[in-house]
Ligand binder design. Sequence first.
Ligand SMILES: Cc1cc2nc3c(=O)[nH]c(=O)nc-3n(C[C@H](O)[C@H](O)[C@H](O)COP(=O)(O)O)c2cc1C
Length: 340
Amino acid sequence: MVSKHLDYNSVDIKKAARFSVAPMMDWTDRHCRYFHRKFTKKSLLYTEMVASAALVKGKAFHLLDFSNEEHPVALQLGGSDPSQLSEAASIGEEYGYDEINLNVGCPSDRVQSGEFGAVLMKNPKLVAECCEAIKINTAIDVTVKCRIGVDDQDPYQVLPEFLKYLSDAGVTRVIIHARKAILKGLNPKENRDVPPLDYPLIYEMKEQFPDLHISLNGGVKCLTEAERLLSKGIDGVMIGRSAYQQPSEILSNVDKIIFQNDTFISTFDIADEMRDYLQDHCENGGSPHQVTRHMMGLFHGFPGAKVWRQHLSNAPKSNNLDFFDKALVAVRNAVNMSAA
Ligand SMILES: Cc1cc2nc3c(=O)[nH]c(=O)nc-3n(C[C@H](O)[C@H](O)[C@H](O)COP(=O)(O)O)c2cc1C
């Protein structure tokens, strides 16, 4: 296996973690991350969750493929067997990922039956053992994405205990989805909206664990809100759904507002650059839809957004990119007409 590591060190990653795009199953695949990277060079991107068993037992290494342009990029692993996670993490490091993140937040039945994800909030000792085992085998940062608790747990009691276990295991960075997960009775989608958010608890955790880099996740819908949270002393903000659905509104301004870096690329330039990527992808046997399905929200808020989505929804299976060119012409026309 050839290492593709680009020498992102711990300091760079920590800086990048000031703003991250959340791991989202079926959404943040390599094409989506490549697309997101066009908007922001500075932030940290996460893979979808990859089960450690899929790598170690299933040898599904194709799940790890990514483009160099995606750096800095973190691999999120799901699992609860320390030695298997350790092996999976070292494969991830070999592939060139810049961070290994352990999923302690997913409430799906499938994940629960594998005894990983959010159910691990009940077993902080095992989570600590998993992190220690990963750390022994890898030199890159090991982080955890967790909830504030599950079911009838009292977050004000369990979260500090959980974070103490992690700190003692040498974990220096966590991402906290600031709501509980309800393991029985709510599906994963409901578990992203129904249990109420508790941001003050996260501020309190930052006070109790000043040396731990804490990112807040959950319900952040704009950069003004992200800035407000950072001004409260939180070290990082992670955004999921809004970044995916409105990438131009959220991600275009991240480098400027969060990282004080004044480079800017227009939405139309991003569309043009993605066309090149799309062409390469199709020439290598991929279908356009695999890439364009992540680009539905590119022109969200623009005149012509609807017609853009319609053209993209009709992406053909063949590698003919006429639909993409027509979609772009339609949006340009709509923008010009509304400006006239
Ligand atoms: C479609 C979808 C898939 C998700 N898959 C994962 C996942 O694989 N791993 C994970 O830790 N969280 C996953 N999440 C949860 C998000 O990472 C995030 O915690 C959640 O959406 C709350 O953030 P938001 O309000 O900014 O969207 C997923 C969310 C969505 C919408």
